[in-house]
Design a protein around this ligand. Structure first.
Ligand code: GLY
Length: 312
C-alpha cells in the first residue's frame, strides 16, 4: 500500500511574518522528505515515526529535544511517547533530563511490561542504557527564560518555535509529532515536547499520555497545543475511537474540533487512518503541520485563523 506521512512542529499563535513561515516550511519539508523516502523504501511505521521524531527533536527551532523550553526553575524536562497502532501498545518517558532524544527511550520501552517511566525512573533507564549526557539548552531558550524571569514569569508559557528574536508576548505552544502509515498498512504515532515552558516543577505534559498520542489499527493521532486542554478533551483517543466505530476521519475530526471550540480549547492535531486518509485540525491560530501523500508535499502553515479541519 502507498505509505502516508504527516508531521507537526507545534501549534499556537501566528508566526512572525513570512520569514517565520518560510523557515518553518523549509525545516518541516526537509524532514518530511527524509522520512517519506524511508517509508517508500519499506521502513516500518514505528521506525519511520521514531526517525521523524528524532529529526524534529534535533532541530533547535522546535520545542522538543534540542531547543526545548525551560521550566519555571530554569531546568529542561522533556516528555515523549510512542504508540504502535498494530500492537495497540503505548510507551513513554515523562520529565526526563539531559538526553538528546527522549523518543529513543520511548521506543526502547515498547518491549517491556513497565512502559511509561517518569523523572527518576527515566533517569535510571538512561543510566542503564548508558545514554550519553546531553544538554538540550539553546541560547534562544535561555534568553527567553531570563527575560521572563525579569518580568517575574508573567507569561503563562513559552514560544512554540524558537525564532531569531525573542518571542512576542503572545502565548504560543510547542510539541513535535509524527504519524505514519507503512507499506503493510500499519500505523504508528510519536509525540515529544519540552512542555509548555515556565511551568510548575512536576507538571505532566499530554505528550506522554494517550490523550496526546494514540493509535490502533484504524487510526493514529498526535496532538499539540495546551496540554491541559488536550487532556480535558482526551483528544487523540476521542478521534481514534470515533474512526474505530465507523465514523470517517473527516467527520471524526470535524465533530471533535467543533466540540473543542465550544469548550474554548486551544490546540491542534494531525491524524492518519488505515485507508491512507491524512487529516489535521486546529482551534489555535496556526498549526505547523506538513505531510506527504505519496504524490506531493503539503502543509498547513498558512491556513486561516480559527477552527480549521481538513482531510485529503
Ligand atoms: N502539548 C504540550 C504540553 O502542553 O506540554
Amino acid at each position: 500500500m502507498q505509505p502516508k506521512l504527516i508531521i507537526h512542529g507545534g501549534a499556537g499563535s501566528s508566526l512572525k511574518g513570512k520569514g517565520g513561515v518560510e523557515a518553518v516550511r523549509q525545516a518541516l519539508s526537509a524532514i518530511v522528505d527524509q522520512v517519506y523516502h524511508k517509508l517508500n523504501a519499506g521502513v516500518n511505521a514505528v521506525d519511520a515515526v521514531v526517525l521523524g521524531c528524532r529529526l524534529l527533536e534535533d532541530h533547535p527551532r522546535f520545542n522538543a529535544g534540542t531547543g526545548s523550553v525551560l521550566q519555571s526553575d530554569g531546568q529542561i524536562r522533556m516528555s515523549a511517547s510512542l504508540m504502535d497502532g498494530s500492537r495497540q501498545s503505548f510507551s513513554g518517558v515523562i520529565n526526563v533530563s539531559r538526553v538528546q532524544n527522549p523518543i529513543n527511550m520511548a521506543q526502547f520501552l515498547q518491549q517491556f511490561p513497565d512502559r511509561v517511566l517518569s523523572d527518576y525512573g527515566a533517569a535510571e533507564l538512561a543510566r542503564e542504557l548508558q545514554i550519553p549526557c546531553f544538554n538540550p539548552l539553546t541560547d534562544l531558550r535561555l534568553n527567553e527564560w531570563l527575560q521572563e524571569r525579569q518580568e517575574n514569569f508573567q507569561k503563562s508559557m513559552a514560544g512554540v518555535v524558537a525564532e531569531a528574536e525573542l518571542s512576542t508576548p503572545n502565548a504560543r505552544r510547542g510539541t513535535i509529532g509524527v504519524v505514519a502509515l507503512d507499506q503493510e498498512g500499519k500505523l504508528a504515532v510519536g509525540t515529544s515536547t519540552g512542555g509548555k515552558g515556565f511551568e510548575r516543577v512536576g507538571r505532566v505534559s499530554d505528550s506522554a499520555m494517550p490523550a496526546g498520542n494514540y493509535a490502533n489499527t484504524y487510526a493514529a493521532v498526535s496532538c499539540t497545543g495546551i496540554g491541559e486542554d488536550i487532556i480535558d478533551e482526551c483528544l487523540a483517543p476521542r478521534i481514534v475511537i470515533r474512526v474505530t466505530d465507523g465514523t470517517s476521519l473527516l467527520a471524526a475530526m470535524e465533530r471533535s474540533f467543533t466540540e473543542a471550540m465550544a469548550n474554548k480549547r486551544d490546540f491542534g492535531a494531525i491524524a492518519l487512518d488505515s485507508q491512507g486518509n491524512i487529516g489535521w485540525g486546529k482551534t489555535s491560530e496556526v498549526l505547523l503541520a506538513a505531510y506527504h501523500n505519496g504524490e506531493k508535499y503539503g502543509d498547513t502553515l498558512e491556513l486561516p485563523d480559527g477552527m480549521q479541519v481538513g482531510v485529503i
